[in-house]
Every structure is written in C-alpha cells, then in structure tokens.
Design a protein around this ligand. Structure first.
Ligand code: ADP
Ligand code: TZD
Ligand code: MG
Length: 576
C-alpha cells in the first residue's frame, strides 16, 4: 500500500478492489492502463498481484478468458472507459459464448453526465451495452459495496454454465475511502463459488439403460468436459465402458489422442453409424452439424439420423436445443461421470466387437494414409509437411500448450497434431473467432509457466500480432509459428480488374519474423521442415520468445478450410 492512498486508518476504493481480488485468490490482472484505472494497475502490482499489460484490450480480455478456462477461476481483464471497454467487450462476448469464466472490469465516466448525455470524457452507458453480451453485469457506486460487487461477479462467472461477467466501476468510486477496519470487513471471501451439481439418480439410470441397449455407442467429449477438470473420472468412464469416443477440438488430450478408443481417425464413419451418442460437455451446435443431416447418416441435409442422444451438461436448458435428447443428465461433469462410473457396476459389457472392430479397421486405413501424406516433403513446404514437425514437437513435449487459429492453419493442425494432456489445446472455439492467438498464448504461459506453441495462419496472426511486444516484454516462453501462405485461405486470389491486390491477398513473403526481432525476440524464416524443426527445437530448449515464419505453398489451402460449405456462394451453388 502506498502512503498517499492509505493515510491513517482508512482504505481507499483502489485497495478495496485489490484486496477483494486477493481475498478470492484472483492473483492476475490482464489490462491496458489509462484514466480512471491507471493507479489501480500500479497499486495492484505494488500489492503483489501479477499485472500483465497489453497493447490492445481485446487481447487482454482473451488472456483473461483463457486464464478462466485453464484454471476454473474467473480471469480478470481491466480496461478504461468507452473505447477500452468496447475493445474488451469482444473477448467478454466470446468468453460467454465458449462458457469460459472471466470478469471484465472497466472504469467508467461520471454517471450524472453519462445519464444526461452531456458529453463526458469517454462517455458511454457501458452497463447497458455489456448486459446482452455477457452472463451478468453489475455496477458498484459505493466503496462499501465493492465486496458484494466482486462476490456477485465471481459467482455469476463460475457457477452453473460459466461465462463472462461485466463489472462497472465509475471513476468517482475510486475517490472514496472507508475506515480501514469497516472496509476490510465489507469484503467477501466467496465460499464454494462453483457448487457441485449432483445429477438426479433417475436421470443417470435412464442414460445408463440407453447405453446398455446400444449396439454402436459413441461418446463425444467437448470443451466443457475439459473445463470441468474431472480428468481421471472421465478416463475411468471411457476405459471401463469401452465405448469409442470423439474429442471436440479443445477436448483433445483429455485422453491422449493415440488412445485405442479414440475414433477421431474414423470420425465420419462413427457419426453416421452410431446408435446412441453421449455428449459430455459438448453442444449440438454448428460444429456438430446440429445433430442432423448427412454427417449423422440423415437421408437429407435437414433430416436426423437414427441416433438417440444422452446429454451430460450443467445447463438444464441445453437439452433439446437442436433435436430431442432421450436422456438429459443435468449436473457438473465431475459429479455426473462419478455417478455413471458407480451406476455401471461390475458386470458392464463392453460394446460389441463388430462395432469397435469396424472402427479400428477404418482408423488403421486412414492413419496409414495420413502417415504417407505426412512423410512427403514437397517444395515449397505445405501444411502437412510443416505440421508434421509440430506434431513431433508436441509428442516430445506433451506438456506444451498449443494455441491455434486460422482457417487451413487451424483445420490441418487440429487433425494432424495429436494432444496428450488435458486442456493443452486452445483455439478459436465456438465462434471460430480470429484474434485469440497472442492473448491465449500469454495467458497459457503466464498461468502455467509451460512452453507455448502458437500455430497461426498469417491472417489470424495479424489480429493480435502487436502483442509479440508483450510476449518479449514479459519474456514468455512462447513460440509463434506463422503459417505464411500469403493470405486468407490462399495467396493466389486474383483481382479481375488488376488494379490492386485481391481482398484475400497479403504482401508476398512478408517477414513476420522481423516483428519478433524488433522487440528483442528471436525471428527465423523456415523454408523447409528441417529449418522449421531446428528453429522449434531451439525455441523449446531456450524458452526465448520466438517467431518462426514458416513459408507455406500459397496454393496449398482451400477456401475457408473445412467450412467451405458455410460460404453463401457454396450454398447458392448447391441449391441452384
Ligand atoms: P465444444 O465446442 O467442445 O463442443 P461447447 O462449448 O459447445 O463444447 O459445450 C460446452 C458445454 O459444456 C456447454 O453446454 C456448458 O454448459 C457445458 N459445461 C461447461 N462446464 C461444465 C461443467 N463443469 N459441468 C457440466 N457441463 C459443463
Ligand atoms: N474476423 C474474425 C474476427 N473472425 C473470423 N473468423 C473472420 C474474420 C473470418 N476468417 C475466418 O473464419 S478464417 C480467417 C478469417 C479472416 C483467416 C484465414 O486465413 P489465415 O489461415 O491466413 O489465418 P489460412 O491458413 O491461410 O487458411
Ligand atoms: Mg493464410
């Protein structure tokens, strides 16, 4: 505490906020300083809070969201008013969409002036704007309510379905003080912020009965299952039940991707053929084709297949959101899977071998094909030959965090790079949003101290590229690999008028590596898998901030990667 703000036996609002955070074990603030929160960042740092200062609030917010996903505690992002708040808001909305707990704390202008719209410095009714984009929003007007305000924000962020919370702190609040003892007494240490939610025994029995009758059961693990930190219960359930499983992108590594029950390499076969599908912390949204259509063996793009669904989720309203769920099980995943493990009993029979055998056959065939593709060494390098190197690096360093965004750079990485440990893969999530890269990388490095490898499309990297300065400033063990194919999806688009580059094209052969060098980090150009491997090995052993500019054949990608069908032009062609 500094002398000017902590005179005698009073405590000011800055310190009430800081102490309330510390009391609840919230030890990191991701921020970008300015009026009215500059002193809050300084004094938080002086009080022992880890303060990580970014170059743009969106990346500070993304870091807070990743912190929330990795730790189960709300990540804290702190911004200035109106424009800083709006910059942070995208990450708050994205966190909410992905069910990651975070709290966006923004300073705000004079209420009296804002409400009469008299034109204050950075005037904006932030609370009203935040409300529809997050799980809950609160404003604290009086110093004695800081404890309650933060307690409400923490509970809202982590209880039930996790999400983003907005906390509005007007500038005037920071001018207030309380008698020290009364002030400290007003703070709340939240007891059991994310209470267990025990599933109803009859719901578990209904689900188990359905599984028992299945001839072709399948489990889908989603990022909710990764978030729940019930890793050993989930492993026991999968192995005891013998049921093949598919991990969604951020659930990769919950069980190692080379597990013999993983059906990833036979994905299209198992989705179309399964008769009972158990969703664990995964929603039937666009990423799972809404549970319908040809993916699921439906006769047309609108028709459902023959599957019956079990859905394990903490949200009681998630079931039936896209199609009928035969056996909803509402509760937290740890409690639910524990109940499943008990209910399975001793005499559990594993799925029929004609099902598991058919999956194994397809897996073998597809894995052999993939190995052949990965072994090729074309010049220029393509996504496969570059990602084969990263695949091996993660295999050798299974504790490393893999951040991933882009279109082709995302889709190929997801299918080629196996993960071996839970919560090690952080990516574009439910929205398929670009721009999470450097924020997620900073949070993964800062919260865990482990090596981070960020595989970034050259377009994707551009959204948060300036944060390489942040990575260098805090000397974080982050190695960014830019998959440089000269553009969005490909670098080969042509503007028919010929008077400017096409909208998807970038400067050819751009030297992203020099951006990292500009701030004292290591920058390397890699034209071949050998050069990429050498640079990656050096980055991992030195733990120095590194950017590897991996030059990829500009013809190698496809339009929109795997989601070409969502492009309205493709849909138009289909119906024409
Ligand atoms: P994915 O994109 O991997 O398919 P989603 O984000 O669609 O995953 O789904 C995650 C689901 O997990 C959400 O429906 C959310 O309510 C649920 N969830 C999150 N945390 C828990 C938890 N601790 N217990 C149970 N369900 C959870
Ligand atoms: N803006 C935001 C915030 N999110 C988005 N998803 C997009 C735009 C659209 N978009 C994608 O869906 S992927 C992508 C954009 C711009 C970039 C693809 O180019 P890339 O990857 O260089 O990152 P590849 O490897 O060239 O495909
Ligand atoms: Mg690209």
């Amino acid at each position: 505490m500094t002398a000017e703000t902590q005179t005698g036996d009073t405590i000011d609002a800055f310190h009430l906020v800081i102490e309330a955070l510390k009391l609840n074990g919230l030890d990191t603030i991701y921020t970008l300083p300015g009026i009215p929160i500059t002193d809050l960042t300084r004094q938080a740092q002086a009080a022992g809070v880890k303060v990580i200062s970014f170059r743009h609030e969106q990346h500070a917010g993304n870091a807070a969201a990743a912190h929330g996903f990795l730790t189960g505690k709300p990540g804290i992002c702190l911004t200035v008013s109106a424009p800083g708040f709006l910059n942070g808001l995208t990450s708050l909305a994205n966190a909410t969409t992905n069910c990651f707990p975070m709290i966006l704390i923004s300073g705000s202008s004079e209420r009296e002036i804002v409400d009469l719209q008299q034109g204050d410095y950075e005037e904006m009714d932030q609370l009203a704007i935040a409300k529809p984009l997050c799980k809950a929003a609160f404003r604290v007007l009086h110093a004695e309510d800081i404890g309650v305000g933060l307690a409400r924000a923490i509970r809202s962020a982590v209880s039930g379905r996790p999400g983003g919370v907005y906390l509005d702190l007007p500038a005037k609040l920071f001018t207030q003080s309380l008698p020290a003892e009364a002030g400290r007494k007003s703070l709340i240490k939240v007891v059991d912020p994310a209470p267990k939610q025990i599933p109803a025994p009859e719901a578990v029995k209904r689900a188990i009965d359905l599984l028992k009758g299945a001839k072709k059961p399948l489990v889908i693990l989603g990022k909710g299952a990764a978030y729940a930190q019930a890793d050993s219960e989930i492993k026991t359930f999968i192995e005891k039940s013998g049921i093949p499983y598919l991990p969604m992108s951020m659930a990769k590594g919950l069980l190692p991707d080379n597990h013999n029950q993983s059906a990833s390499a036979a994905r299209s076969y198992v989705l179309a053929e399964a008769d009972v599908v158990m969703l664990v912390g995964a929603r039937l949204n666009w990423l799972l084709s809404h549970g319908k259509g040809k993916t699921w063996g439906g006769a047309s793009s609108k028709e459902a297949g023959k599957q019956q669904f079990i859905q394990v989720d903490i949200s009681p309203t998630e079931a039936d959101s896209n199609l009928a769920i035969a056996a909803p099980v509402v509760g937290d995943i740890g409690s639910c899977i524990t109940a499943f493990n008990q209910a399975m009993g001793a005499g559990w029979s594993k799925p029929p071998s004609d099902w598991t055998g058919a999956i194994a056959e397809r897996k073998d065939k597809n894995l052999t094909k993939m190995a052949e593709t990965l072994a090729k060494n074309p010049s220029p390098m393509n996504f496969h030959s570059a990602l084969n190197v990263i695949r091996n690096t993660i295999k050798e360093n299974p504790k490393a965090y893999l951040v991933n965004e882009g279109a082709n750079a995302l889709d190929f990485t997801r299918s080629i790079v196996d993960m071996y440990e839970p919560r090690r893969r952080l990516d574009v999530g439910t929205w398929g949003i670009m721009g999470i890269g450097m924020g997620f990388a900073v949070a993964a490095a800062a919260t865990t101290g482990e090596q981070v490898i960020a595989v970034e499309g050259d377009s994707a990297f551009g959204f948060s590229g300036m944060e390489v300065e942040t990575i260098c400033r805090y000397n974080l063990p982050v190695c960014v690999v830019v998959m440089n194919n000269n553009g969005i999806y490909k670098g080969t688009d042509v503007n028919p008028r010929g008077d400017a580059m096409a909208p998807t094209q970038f400067v050819k052969g751009a030297r992203y590596d020099q951006m990292m060098q500009a701030f004292g980090g290591v920058g390397v150009v890699a034209n071949t898998p050998e050069e990429l491997k050498k640079a990656l090995d050096e980055a991992v052993s030195s733990r120095k901030p590194t950017l590897i500019n991996a030059m990829i054949d500009e013809n190698a990608g496809t339009e929109s990667g795997r989601i070409t069908s969502l492009n309205p032009s493709a849909a138009k062609k289909k119906t024409a």
